[in-house]
Write a protein that binds this ligand. Sequence first.
Ligand code: FNR
Length: 382
Amino acid sequence: MTRVDDGVFSGVAASARRRLPRLFADYVDGGAHGEWTMVRNREAFREWGIVPRGLKNVETVDAGVRCFGQEWAAPFMLAPVGFAGMLHPDREVGAARAALRCGVGMAVSTFSIDPMEAVAKVGGAPLAQIYVFRDRGLTRDMLARAAQCGMDGIIVTIDTAITPVRERDVRNGFRHLSRPTLIQMAGMMAHPRWCLGMAGRGTPTIGNLAAYTSAHGIMGQAKDMAAQIDPTLDRAGLEWLRSEWKGRLVVKGVMHPEDAGNAIAAGADGVIVSNHGGRQMDPSPATLDVLPQIVDAVEGRGDVVLDSGIRRGGDVVTALALGATAVSIGRPWAWALAAGGETSVEKAIRALSQEVVDILGLAGLEDIAALRRRGPQALWKL
Ligand code: FNR
């Protein structure tokens, strides 16, 4: 397949690919089926230029934004990434610390190695990503835990009713990892830094879900719990979730204006325009392509965050010019974590923030409010 470019994250992406055993590197990098969606997500940004402007006072540029009721120093958050804690011993808690220091948002995946309670302790009011499980009692328990540990809101992911084939994972036997084969073991041993780092943390479990399954090993646990994701979830199911959760509710995986309208009508406070970074539907349109229709459907009744393919400051500014409140990054922070733990995540966040500031300045925009005022006129369709 065409290798998509990793933008400002090229260094950490390359380092992650060197440091991680192949099956984890491919787990992060890969997408569903032909991986066309991943390519399209990047290509869509190339169709837009940002018009340079001069004769404006841009001595100080502020990229801060208000999103999901929080104030962020830069207009992006860390997306929920399952198994991130398997990439480096600093785990999700380390990433949360980096996000907090940089003043950006963070969401904890249902499939996180560190339980949400540990991530919440870091502070900075993260958001808990949840699924509606077939067992509503179990879903209620996740909600109760989220409320109890002080999560600022929940993000319910709706694009995983079906688990598609990810060919790289099939090739690597990723989903059968509970009993590693000799080849898999050899592949791990060939990455001693990763092995040593992980060995110090004992037998990994999906800390966030371990209490709900008696399966052994992270893959057994993941399989058990993935089977719990409720494929019957519909608008009534979302309304049920709304009635159970009093805090902020965000719906993730929205790619159609009608779904956005339904989410808002069911009481969601915002949506995340996402094709799961090309890991679910393939082929799917790029998120940037569908963004304007979704912004129209939401009609200002909630925040609209976009993810999938954000790799440069220019991508962030383009998405905001087309109506996104903010954006979210998945693989980039996973690569950074794998490359060098918490410190690398912090550097990666700062690198992206700096690019956003530079691009805003070069476009003659002193802040995000000015970008919103200029809107699509800040752009040039190539
Ligand atoms: C994800 N994503 C994801 N989303 C979610 O709601 N729950 C999850 O557990 C996961 N797990 C996960 C694992 C890995 C390895 C990746 C790369 C992604 C999707 C994620 O939140 C986000 O939508 C995409 O990663 C955004 O695309 P980019 O930034 O990776 O291109």
